[in-house]
Design a protein around this ligand. Structure first.
Ligand SMILES: Nc1ncnc2c1ncn2[C@@H]1O[C@H](COP(=O)(O)OP(=O)(O)OP(=O)(O)O)[C@@H](O)[C@H]1O
Length: 246
């Protein structure tokens, strides 16, 4: 279960006219550095029950990635808190938790260790991860040579073969090819059947309608609507580009 309680996130942005680190340090030392406040999220509340799939939708800059980073524990909210019960596997930016100079195989163990799994456990899952990723002998090449689709396949294989209790997926299913998208959707459905809670950001309303139980619609950092998938998606679909009714 994941419960987001009154979460707000403020970013401080330095003056726009600073273009180099030298200028930044000089301004900092002269105490001339001015910051502009920006609230990316304000008083966000929602919850996801165990085994449920929650979709997070909203236009560019609405705060979707920021809330996922807060739920994953990568960012600390300025106000509010997130209650989480269960081990969490975030699949956020492509390749995060990976080292580009290491091989796919080495990254399985690195990424798995970051996720908190032991070497023995990862060894027992390695063949399954390799098979699911369809990387074949590429698993021995440094991942800097991988295409974005190959990276996603590797990341998704590590994240899902270990059967997390909470899986966080940011737009990742749209990167792989059609065949892998189908396969990863099937895998996500299996995980959900096994009780994994999934939080899922997507710009594809089709995917959201198909896979989610509930949906949060974020607009300008606030919750515009939270409820059953059909209700929220229908309202979103008839809203204009700025979130107002057309
Ligand atoms: N580290 C940061 N510093 C300053 N502003 C930030 C930072 N991260 C995000 N923002 C701002 O917060 C707002 C929300 O960003 P976020 O990436 O969460 O939006 P999003 O809904 O995921 O957008 P998209 O659909 O384009 O991925 C944006 O205006 C963004 O510019």
């Amino acid at each position: 279960m994941v419960k987001v309680n009154d979460v707000s996130m403020r970013f401080l942005m330095a003056n726009d006219n600073i273009t180099s680190i030298k200028e930044f340090i000089t301004a900092f030392l002269k105490k001339k550095l001015k910051f502009r406040e920006f609230w990316a999220l304000e008083n966000v509340n929602f919850e996801v029950q165990k085994g449920e799939v929650l979709g997070i939708i909203g236009r560019n800059g609405a705060g979707k990635s920021t809330i996922l980073k807060i739920i994953s524990g990568i960012l600390k909210p300025t106000k509010g808190e997130v209650e989480r019960y269960g081990n969490i596997v975030p699949m956020l930016e492509l390749g995060s938790g990976f080292d580009m100079d290491l091989s796919g195989k080495e990254n399985v163990f690195l990424n798995g260790a970051i996720l908190g799994y032991s070497k023995e456990f990862l060894e027992s899952k390695y063949e399954e991860i390799l098979e699911f990723s369809e990387l074949g002998d590429f698993i021995y090449s440094p991942i800097r040579n991988y295409s974005s689709g190959m990276l996603v396949r590797l990341a998704f294989s590590v994240a899902t073969v270990v059967e997390p209790e909470i899986l966080i997926v940011d737009e990742i299913l749209s990167v792989g090819d059609e065949n892998f998208q189908r396969k990863s959707k099937k895998r996500m459905l299996e995980l959900m059947g096994g009780g994994t809670t999934v939080l899922f950001v997507s710009h594809s309303m089709e995917q959201v309608r198909e896979m989610c139980d509930h949906v949060v619609w974020l607009e300008g950092g606030t919750v515009k609507m939270f409820g059953p998938t059909k209700e929220v998606c229908d309202a979103y679909d008839i809203s204009g580009p700025d979130g107002r009714r057309r």
